[in-house]
Design a protein around this ligand. Structure first.
Ligand code: NA7
Length: 556
């Protein structure tokens, strides 16, 4: 029972991160219990059940690497796994590892407070659970606090209101319905073509036009799958030591050093192949140089003009106010094509903003749209939102929300000064949303597991990032971002989608491999940048810590 006595660790969340963290710590002999808001495992893939929800990482590497048997057995059916497939995968992981017994589901954590006298955390849920533990690990995801715009009258709408990130468990039938989708980020871009195929009429409310690249999804060839599975260890190794957790080979050519014809051929080939290699695999400077970036942006704008029949609609769909790739590049299946359908219309909210939601629909400055369903595809309070929602209070009762008023201060994205014994998996300041998530999650989980083993081996009970180390890392995160075009765009990476949120670059863009090396060096250096209490006792050189090596990639 989790509340019978103090635990070593509580973990929050039962997605990829929480499942692996609880398993890993259980295997290491810690008493650990997880709390999960949903009624089942899955995290992102539990909540995002909207039509068309699909992962933009290819299925071959959107999975755990620490389960080699499952890796071989799991069917790799289509190039990009759909939400139901990923949820099934995580359910299978939970069953194989017998993890459900170590979680309380339907438990929304609302308060986590540090008791300085006892060096323990107390956790409470909205449903009345209470637990105490020496360590807390948050595994709440980066995109799990839905951004619900405060349009006047929204509560009075008499039809169905849905948010893509908080979708009902039962499928929604749009047949014969007049539907609105507000928002054209990755979620809207996935949902819009599918909803358009069902609804009587779909009106898309667009605030900012988005670049999107064809996913080119489809079934995977059996021979390809067999070959991939034979070489899994090497693919995994490459992904771990890559820029973004994908085993792709990045381009080494500048977009500006080739002829117009060569450039066009490279973009055309990448467009035809589908996927993120449009940016990373064509030219090396698209994320760094405005002129180079413009060549890719112009290519996509020309594609939009080619695909979309109505020139006015095509014009509205062309993104103009940010460099391509500075907003997360979505992958789509027939997104631009959908605007050629008779039952789809586009409203440009820059020209005609929403005035109010009425009981019967949406009123913009240009008139009223009668609706049965409003789908908010309006995104998330990214990275900091899910952590601040937990009601975390550290030393002196300081709220995390207050500590981060000017922007998140973290050490390695995994620890926060003033919040001892708290670890944040894929927190702000880590590669997280700029990487293939399972790769980053495994690295964090293993690093945290190693750290707790090291503490246990050294008699340490409290570990806390120093203010100096966090300030240094936080500066480094911003400096690396400033070399790229990212700070030029108002994006959720910059906190720009949430009114009042500080404008700082939230994830770490220095690369998955560099980041991994950095974390391993910190561990190898006796957790430099952290204060440890009681101070570790001196140990003979070469003596192991609890059977694990810092940075080692496997559970003990
Ligand atoms: P995103 O990428 O944040 O997209 C949200 C969309 O909603 C975007 O087009 C926003 O326009 C729009 N939005 C947000 N608030 C409003 C209001 N108040 N009015 C009108 N339009 C609004 O979220 P997604 O869920 O699509 O994707 C999140 C990530 O999930 C994705 O990047 C992947 O990593 C997976 P804006 O561009 O802010 O003008």
């Amino acid at each position: 029972m989790f509340d019978a006595e103090p635990l070593d660790v509580v973990a929050i969340g039962a997605g990829f991160a929480g499942l692996y963290m609880v398993y890993r710590l259980r295997e290491q002999g810690f008493s650990v219990h997880g709390f999960e808001r949903g009624d089942g495992v899955g995290g992102t893939w539990y909540w995002n059940r909207y039509p068309g929800a699909r992962c933009d990482s290819e299925i071959m590497f959107y999975s755990f690497s620490f389960l080699p048997e499952l890796e071989q057995e799991w069917p790799l059916t289509e190039r990009y796994p759909g939400q139901p497939d990923i949820l099934r995968y995580l359910e299978e992981v939970a069953s194989r590892l017998d993890l459900r017994k170590d979680f309380t589901f339907g438990a929304e954590v609302t308060a986590i407070e540090f008791d300085e006298a006892a060096d323990r955390w107390t956790l409470r849920t909205a449903q009345g659970h209470l637990a105490t533990a020496r360590y807390v690990v948050t595994a709440v995801g980066c995109l799990s606090a839905a951004n619900q715009p405060g349009f006047p009258g929204a509560d009075a709408f008499q039809g169905l209101s849905l948010h893509t990130g908080n979708w009902p468990r039962e499928p929604v039938d749009f047949t014969g319905k007049r539907v609105a989708v507000i928002g054209t980020g990755a979620s809207g871009i996935q949902a819009i073509p599918v909803i358009a195929g069902q609804a009587a009429h779909l009106t898309v409310f667009q605030r900012t036009a988005q670049f999107t690249i064809p996913a080119e999804n489809g079934p995977l060839d059996e021979q390809f799958v067999a070959l991939w599975k034979r070489n899994y260890p090497e693919w995994r190794r490459r992904a771990r030591h890559s820029a973004a957790g994908f085993p792709y080979t990045p381009s080494i050519t500048s977009a500006l050093e080739v002829s117009e014809a060569e450039r066009r051929a490279a973009f055309e080939a990448a467009w035809g192949a589908g996927g993120f290699t449009f940016l990373s695999g064509t030219f090396r400077d698209l994320a760094l140089d405005e002129e180079a970036n413009k060549t890719a942006a112009d290519f996509v704008r020309a594609k939009i003009a080619e695909i979309v029949h109505d020139p006015d609609v095509a014009d509205m769909l062309k993104p103009r106010d940010f460099p391509i790739g500075t907003k997360r590049l979505p992958l789509d299946t027939n997104y631009y094509e959908t605007f050629n359908r008779q039952n789809v219309s586009l409203v440009d909210l820059r020209r005609t903003p929403v005035e109010e939601i009425t009981p019967a629909g949406i009123r913009t400055t240009a008139g009223h749209h009668d609706l049965d369903v409003i789908v908010y595809a309006t995104g998330f309070d990214a990275l900091t939102g899910p952590l601040e929602a937990l009601g975390i209070r550290g030393r002196g009762g300081q709220a995390l929300r207050d500590a981060w008023r000017e922007g998140p201060q973290t050490y390695l994205g995994v620890a926060v000064p003033g919040f001892p014994n708290l670890f944040t998996i894929t927190g702000p300041g880590s590669p997280s949303v700029l990487s293939n998530m399972p790769v980053s999650i495994e690295q964090h989980v293993e690093w945290i597991g190693d750290c707790l083993a090291w503490l246990r081996g050294h008699g340490g009970e409290v570990i806390e990032a120093t203010g100096q180390a966090a300030a240094g890392w936080t500066d480094h995160v911003q400096q690396v971002a400033s070399v790229t075009l990212h700070p030029k765009a108002a994006t959720w990476y910059m906190g720009a989608n949430i009114p009042g949120k500080p404008r700082v670059f939230l994830p770490y863009i220095g690369g998955v491999s560099n980041y991994r090396d950095h974390c391993a060096a910190v561990a190898a250096n006796g957790y430099g940048g952290f204060a440890v209490f009681p101070a570790p006792a001196p140990r003979p050189v070469g003596k192991g810590d609890d059977g694990t090596r810092p940075g080692d990639g496997r559970a003990a």
